[in-house]
Design a protein around this ligand. Structure first.
Ligand code: F6P
Length: 401
């Protein structure tokens, strides 16, 4: 009998562990085909370095808690695999696949991680290995190509929308307030920042800046000044990926896919507003919390994450390989979707950004964007607490020899 291995990769989301939960539960139903359910620690690095755990030895109670556990429980990586399948790193992967009798490989990640998925499926073909490699989509950036949306984005959007709502209510309490610049994640795609446009008139950010539209610093000052003079305060939502001359660019770090470590744009814009407009400001940065806050998980997101984890296992058992599961939207209201399989080569390294049709102008989204987003953030999950603290899973992580 053969074994499966599950890999988490790239930036975590609030539901990445829900997909793992789904995959584990499905695999247990097929114990006549899958002997052991393994987890690779720190993404593909576990498979390279033989750092593999047996998830079948974990307590059921802890597996249940995966659904409300932030972060990537197996550990994650942004490591890029080499292009050349004859690179020594692939021999290490093959050795460990053979050593642990692995046939089914699941890679749960974003567009860079689908590059890893694609490379492993190419390796399998070129080396004649008997492998089934399936991609499980996730990224709060919502920039995976082909799929309607990426798992994790709806929950991050729900967090950001509700947090900006509360921020705006608080900010409006003073007779003479400040310019609040809220920094939201998303590298080249502004989906998460744009999600704040779903708020009602009284708490919606006055201005929303996303990377899809060029950022004009002078126009930004004019727009902020106009709002402040009219309302006595201003709420500005800004994507961390917008292009603004960044002082920090000198010593910025890059990952192996060439992506800069972002963060700090709200501070810089606040300083700019203080210098140029002499207005009081406050930078608001949700940072990691926006992708790591189980109490605000969207039920729709979690249900889809679990379903896709399960479907990945079923697809591999049916003989599929080199594919990622994608979501196809059938209708917005009622919200109806279909799940399909797509060649991972068509997804890896591509980016989906907000289309023009979903933007009203350079600071507002259109009704079609709101129609798209509305159903995704619906529904709440029940969270288990102890003494006021939300519980999270703690795994034994027993290594496979
Ligand atoms: O995975 C996407 C993402 O969440 C981006 O939105 C963000 O820029 C990046 O990860 C930051 O991740 P980290 O700080 O963990 O490298």
């Amino acid at each position: 009998m053969k074994n499966m291995i599950y890999i988490q990769s790239g930036g975590p989301t609030s539901v990445i562990n829900s997909s793992l939960y789904g995959a584990i539960q499905e695999a247990k139903l097929h114990s006549s085909q899958i002997d052991h359910i393994y987890g690779s620690l720190y993404g593909v690095e576990g498979l390279i370095e033989d750092n593999i755990i047996d998830l079948g030895l974990e307590d059921e109670e802890q597996i249940e808690l995966l659904k409300q556990t932030a972060g990537a429980i197996l550990g994650t990586t942004r490591r890029k695999l080499p292009r050349n399948v004859h690179d020594p790193v692939y021999q290490k992967i093959i050795d460990n696949i053979e050593k642990h009798n692995i046939k089914y490989i699941f890679i749960n990640g974003g567009n860079d991680s689908m590059d890893t998925c694609h490379k492993l499926s190419v390796l399998s073909q070129e080396m004649g290995l008997d492998l089934r490699v399936i991609g499980v989509p996730k990224t709060i950036d919502n920039d995976l190509a082909v799929t309607d949306h990426s798992l994790g984005f709806p929950s991050a959007a729900k967090f950001v929308i509700n947090s900006v709502n509360s921020t705006a209510i608080d900010a409006g309490c003073y007779r003479s307030g400040k310019v609040y610049v809220v920094e939201i994640m998303g590298r080249n795609a502004g989906w998460l920042t744009a999600s704040t446009d779903l708020l009602p008139d009284d708490t919606r950010p006055d201005l929303i800046y996303i990377p899809e539209r060029p950022f004009d610093p002078n126009l930004f000052l004019e727009e902020v000044k106009e709002v402040y003079e009219r309302k006595g305060y201003a709420i500005v939502a800004v994507s961390e990926g917008i292009e603004f001359s960044r002082k920090s660019m000198g010593n910025v770090r890059f990952d192996s896919f060439g992506h800069a470590q972002l963060g700090g744009i709200a501070d810089e814009l606040c300083e700019y507003v203080e210098d140029e407009l002499n207005l009081p400001t406050r930078a608001v940065e949700f940072s990691l919390t926006q992708r790591a806050f189980p109490p605000l998980i969207s039920k729709v997101d979690q249900d889809e994450a679990i379903y896709i984890g399960r479907m990945a296992v079923r697809s591999a058992l049916e003989g599929e390989t080199g594919k990622m599961i994608v979501i196809k939207r059938i209708s917005d209201e009622p919200y109806v979707i279909e799940y399909r399989l797509e060649d991972v080569g068509n997804i890896a390294n591509h980016e989906s950004i907000i289309p023009e049709s979903m933007m009203l102008d350079h600071t507002r989204m259109s009704e079609s964007f709101r129609r798209y987003l509305r159903p995704l953030i619906r529904g709440e999950i029940e969270i288990k607490y102890k003494d006021g603290l939300a519980l999270h899973a703690s795994l034994k992580k027993i290594k496979v020899k």
